[in-house]
Structure formats: structure tokens, C-alpha cells
Design a protein around this ligand. Structure first.
Ligand SMILES: Cc1cc2nc3c(=O)[nH]c(=O)nc-3n(C[C@H](O)[C@H](O)[C@H](O)COP(=O)(O)OP(=O)(O)OC[C@H]3O[C@@H](n4cnc5c(N)ncnc54)[C@H](O)[C@@H]3O)c2cc1C
Length: 284
């Protein structure tokens, strides 16, 4: 199995963070993955499955192992049924679907996730999210068994799924899309992309929204009203364009991002009494 020693974190996070990770493994298939997980568990080693690192803040001191499923990239589309492995990029999948006049993934264009990461997080935008398309998901469970879980078994919620609470690896998903007119699908995608370009600071590395929207509030507005746009810790900065984004304007580390998150949370709590909850995950 391919492995990378002393790997640069920059290449595994969309934040392009500073620092190195001892080892990254790239299993070729489920049996290699299973064997690797059994070995790491037996040796009591810290590990993390990663997709595209677009929701992750990795500490420059992280001393665990990363397992990247980029070789899990098979795609089969028959009619309106899509079978896709978890390492496949979601944006690429949405483009493959539009080519076949399949509607459902228009929201996903511009989300730099893998299918596995998007299912873990129940990623979504513009009122649509992954669970609306899922029929079932093949997982490697905590005992090393391959199990197929139906949509109901996956406990989807707002940016939430069973994967957050169980030691399961998503291997493959079956999605059901709808036939539609090519031009309709394409124009919806283009509309979504232009909204992203207009509102999001895509010119800098980031990991999307930092905080969940508290019920009835916009996290971005709360942060902006607290006067935090442009506030920095090292090269981590609250975006001037969209206050719920932290951007890396140079050589930020995971610690810089986390320290800035603390400043934001403290100030918003002081001003409004609201405790913001992170959407992004910190690996330390
Ligand atoms: C510019 C930008 C825009 C964004 N826009 C949106 C948006 O509109 N909507 C939205 O919801 N998110 C958005 N995001 C955030 C991010 O893309 C999503 O949270 C996405 O789901 C993360 O996927 P990933 O593959 O990068 O996962 P990673 O960040 O690599 O991992 C996230 C979590 O998923 C777990 N995971 C990954 N693969 C698997 C697997 N195969 N099995 C089990 N667990 C797995 C990891 O262990 C980790 O806990 C945006 C990010 C950026 C940078």
C-alpha cells in the first residue's frame, strides 16, 4: 500500500495548513483498509479517515496517522441510480450527473468534498442536502464487517449522520436522482456557482463555514455585528467578504485557526449571549 511519510499538511487540508503528519496511508481496496484498521487498533495508534480535508483543521502537532481513500473512486451510473465509492469528488460527480440529464446534485457543485466526507457531514446548500438522494450506504463497521445501511439506519440530520457517533467507514453509496432537462440542471448549477462566487471568499484557502447557524440566526451576521471581520491570529483571518469564513492569508497553522475560533466565540457570547458551535473538526 502506498504511504507518505512526514507528509505536508498543506496537501491534505483545503485550509492549506502549516506542519507535517508522520504518515498518510492510501489503501487500494477494502481488504487493505480492513487490514490496516485492524493493525492500527491492535497497536493502539491514533488514526483518522480523511476525504478532501475540506472540513478539517489539523494541528501542526498532530501525531496520528491519516488514511486517505482517494483510490476508492469507482462510479457506475445505470438509469437514475448512481453507485459511487466514497473517495470520489462530489463536484465531479455532480458534473457526471448533469451529462446524463440527472438532477439532484446541483447544490453540490462548488463543495470541495469527497462523497464519504459529504455523507459523514450530510453536506448541503440552498435547501438541499445529501440525505435527500441516499438510498443506502455500504460501510466497514467497527468489527471489520461490510454492512449495507439503508437511509433510515443512517440517522441523518442537519450536518449530522451516524458516522459522527460510530466507528464506521463509508465505502460506497447508492444514490437515486431524477431525470430532468439538461439545460434546467446546468442553469441551476451555474446559478449556485455564481452565488458562491459572489458571497464566499474563494480566492483564499478555507474550509467553508466555521460555525453552524444557531436556530433563528445567521452565524456570519452575528460575527460581523460583533465587529470581527478582518480580525487575525497569525495568518488566520476572519474573512472580510463573509464573516463565517476564516481564511488562510499566508502560512496559518491549525493552532492559529483554533485560537481565532476561540476569540470569535468569546466575543459573540459577550455581545449576544449566544454560544456558537463549530461546524469544522479539529484534529490534535
Ligand atoms: C469553499 C468551501 C465551500 C464549502 N461549502 C459547503 C457547503 O455549501 N455545504 C456544506 O455542507 N459544506 C461545505 N463545505 C465544507 C466541506 O466541504 C464539507 O463539510 C464536506 O462534507 C467535507 O468533506 P471532505 O471529503 O473534505 O471531508 P474531510 O474534511 O476530509 O473529513 C470530514 C469528516 O468526514 C469523515 N470522513 C471522510 N470520509 C469518510 C469516509 N469515507 N467514511 C467515514 N468518515 C469519513 C472524516 O473522518 C472527518 O471526520 C465547504 C468547504 C469549502 C472549503
Amino acid at each position: 500500500m502506498k504511504q507518505l511519510n512526514n507528509a505536508n499538511i498543506e496537501n491534505f487540508t483545503t485550509y492549506k495548513l502549516e506542519g507535517n503528519i508522520p504518515v498518510v496511508y492510501f489503501p487500494e481496496n477494502v481488504s487493505e483498509l480492513k487490514e490496516l484498521l485492524l493493525k492500527l487498533k491492535k497497536e493502539n495508534k491514533k488514526y483518522k479517515i480523511i476525504g478532501n480535508g475540506s472540513n478539517l483543521i489539523i494541528s501542526s502537532k498532530y501525531d496520528g496517522v491519516l488514511i486517505k481513500l482517494e483510490n476508492f473512486d469507482k462510479l457506475v451510473i445505470e438509469g437514475n441510480i448512481v453507485k459511487v465509492e466514497s473517495g470520489y469528488m462530489l463536484s465531479k460527480l455532480s458534473l457526471e450527473c448533469v451529462k446524463r440529464d440527472l438532477s439532484g446534485l446541483e447544490f453540490a457543485v462548488g463543495i470541495p468534498a469527497t462523497v464519504g466526507g459529504a455523507i459523514y457531514q450530510n453536506a448541503g446548500a440552498y435547501g438541499k442536502q445529501m440525505d435527500m438522494l441516499i438510498k443506502n450506504v455500504k460501510v466497514l463497521d467497527d468489527k471489520g464487517n461490510i454492512v449495507v445501511l439503508s437511509k433510515d439506519d443512517l440517522n441523518f440530520g442537519y450536518r449530522d449522520s451516524i458516522f459522527k457517533y460510530k466507528d464506521y467507514v463509508c465505502i460506497e453509496a447508492t444514490l437515486e436522482l431524477k431525470k430532468d432537462n439538461y439545460d434546467n440542471i446546468l442553469s441551476k448549477m451555474q446559478e449556485n456557482l455564481s452565488m458562491r462566487k459572489e458571497k464566499q471568499p474563494l480566492e483564499y484557502p478555507s474550509a467553508g463555514s466555521v460555525f453552524r447557524n444557531p436556530i433563528g440566526f445567521s452565524a456570519g451576521k452575528l460575527i460581523e455585528d460583533a465587529g470581527l471581520k478582518g480580525v487575525r491570529v497569525g495568518d488566520a483571518m476572519v474573512s472580510l467578504k463573509h464573516a463565517n469564513f476564516i481564511v488562510n492569508v499566508g502560512n496559518a497553522s491549525g493552532e492559529d485557526i483554533v485560537n481565532l475560533i476561540k476569540i470569535i466565540k468569546d466575543k459573540v457570547k459577550e455581545e449576544t449571549g449566544i454560544v456558537l458551535e463549530e461546524e469544522q473538526e479539529f484534529l490534535e
